[in-house]
Design a protein around this ligand. Structure first.
Ligand SMILES: [Zn+2]
Length: 415
């Protein structure tokens, strides 16, 4: 199944987003004028071979000094009991197969150079005993299957990272670090000790992409003072320092941040303040999670009045990637999609497409068959048979579409 982009927008000029039909019309007129000029120049050239050479309409067309990168990002991978029990029921040897739950995401992941996920539950492993809300612990097979699906940037900076206590925390780190030695995958937001606390950089298409990750808290849980473990909490000074290091060592800096208030439709003033601080200090892309529902998208401007002004997309919350929550609005998640071009000469990023693809977590009665779908492939019949429909009779395809169009500005809707 191919993702269907019924609506998307493209930027034709560096650092500028063309969002409105009015601007598109102007751009079309500009292109037609350029063609007329080119034709007249071409006529001159046929007379005089030394005439002014043709200029390409867009420098991107002839520019081999730019590298194209696609990023997708999803929100909270919240592994409740029914999700890991269903994964276990799919095998006969006691192992776990989560892949069918995510099968409709494969076409999107296949196209991505960078794929970021907030792994909301620790991968402490079965030896510690698996658990669901409020103190989660998930099997490590999940991590391997996320890599197999195509995720290569993992954030563990979230409020559940200490749920499986110190052992679950260290098992989680050990798991990802061992995978990083074998595969192109990085994990940020937690570290085993100071020597393990290295800037996480993924090399893709000869570019260095850094991932920083921070959380507002850990549900009141703390590592013992004797522990060497490190959790990256939101802290202005720490974020500024790490952004400076990341900026110096990498070409592109992505920040995953766990913030805001659960179930709120809009980002709060603190999220907005932190987002601007991250952008001002070098973040190129900001991906938010934690509220379990979709919040808005915005382009922040850095150095507005100066020549080196740039724009930074912030996705305030992508909601859940998967969950067995039971509020109707938590069934709608988002997949951020960014197509960008990195200019090797001036080391700038230009965004070609930025938006959110709506996703829906589906399950029938008693949390059966929990599966993520793109909303564009979800049917009214499925919505009617959804497990939440019994307690929320207003749950329908239209309800999901309505929330999506209310939360995500039109120019960022990819649907
Ligand atoms: Zn959270």
């Amino acid at each position: 199944m191919k993702p269907q982009n019924k609506r998307c927008f493209f930027a034709q000029e560096r650092q500028h987003i063309i969002a409105s039909p009015y601007k598109l019309i102007i751009r079309l007129i500009q292109m037609m004028l350029a063609v007329v000029i080119m034709l007249s120049l071409g006529a001159c050239q046929s007379v005089n071979a030394n005439a002014i050479p043709l200029q390409p309409i867009s420098d991107d067309l002839a520019n081999d000094t730019a590298i194209q990168l696609n990023l997708i990002a999803v929100g909270d991978n919240l592994i409740h009991g029914p999700i890991y029990r269903q994964a276990r029921e799919r095998t006969t040897d006691g192992s776990f197969d989560f892949r069918p739950a995510y099968q409709y995401m494969i076409p999107y992941l296949e196209q991505a150079d960078l794929a970021l996920i907030n792994q909301e539950t620790p991968l402490g492993g079965t030896q510690l005993g698996l658990s669901s809300y409020p103190m989660f612990n998930s099997p490590q097979e999940l991590g391997d299957q996320l890599i197999e699906l195509g995720f290569n940037m993992i954030s563990h900076a979230n409020n559940h990272v200490l749920d499986a206590r110190q052992q679950g925390f260290f098992n989680t780190i050990e798991f990802w670090r061992s995978r990083s030695l074998q595969k192109p995958v990085i994990m940020a937001g937690i570290a085993a000790d100071e020597s393990d606390d290295q800037l996480q950089i993924l090399e893709v298409k000869n570019l260095k992409v850094a991932l920083l990750a921070y959380t507002y808290g850990t549900n009141g849980l703390k590592l013992p003072s004797s522990s060497s473990g490190i959790v990256k909490y939101i802290n202005d000074d720490l974020m500024k320092q790490e952004l400076a290091e990341a900026k110096a060592a990498a070409d592109i800096v992505i920040v995953s941040i766990h913030w805001g208030q659960e179930y709120q439709a809009n980002a709060n003033t603190e999220q907005k303040r932190i987002a601007q601080l991250l952008a001002d200090n070098g973040a190129d892309i900001i991906i938010g999670s934690h509220p379990h529902v979709l919040q808005g998208v915005e382009m922040l401007t850095v150095n507005a009045s100066e020549q080196n002004s740039r724009q930074v997309p912030v996705f305030y919350s992508l909601g859940n990637f998967i969950s067995a929550q039971n509020r109707p609005d938590t069934m709608l998640g988002g997949m951020a999609k960014i197509e960008m071009s990195y200019d090797l000469l001036d080391k700038s990023i230009s965004f070609k497409e930025i938006g959110v693809i709506p996703l829906v977590t589906d399950y029938t009665g008693s949390y059966k068959n929990i599966t993520v779908y793109p909303l564009s492939a979800y049917t009214p019949e499925q919505a009617k048979a959804h497990g939440v429909h019994r307690s929320y009779s207003n749950f329908s395809l239209e309800y999901l579409q309505k929330i999506f169009t209310e939360r995500i500005p039109l120019e960022f809707q990819i649907y």
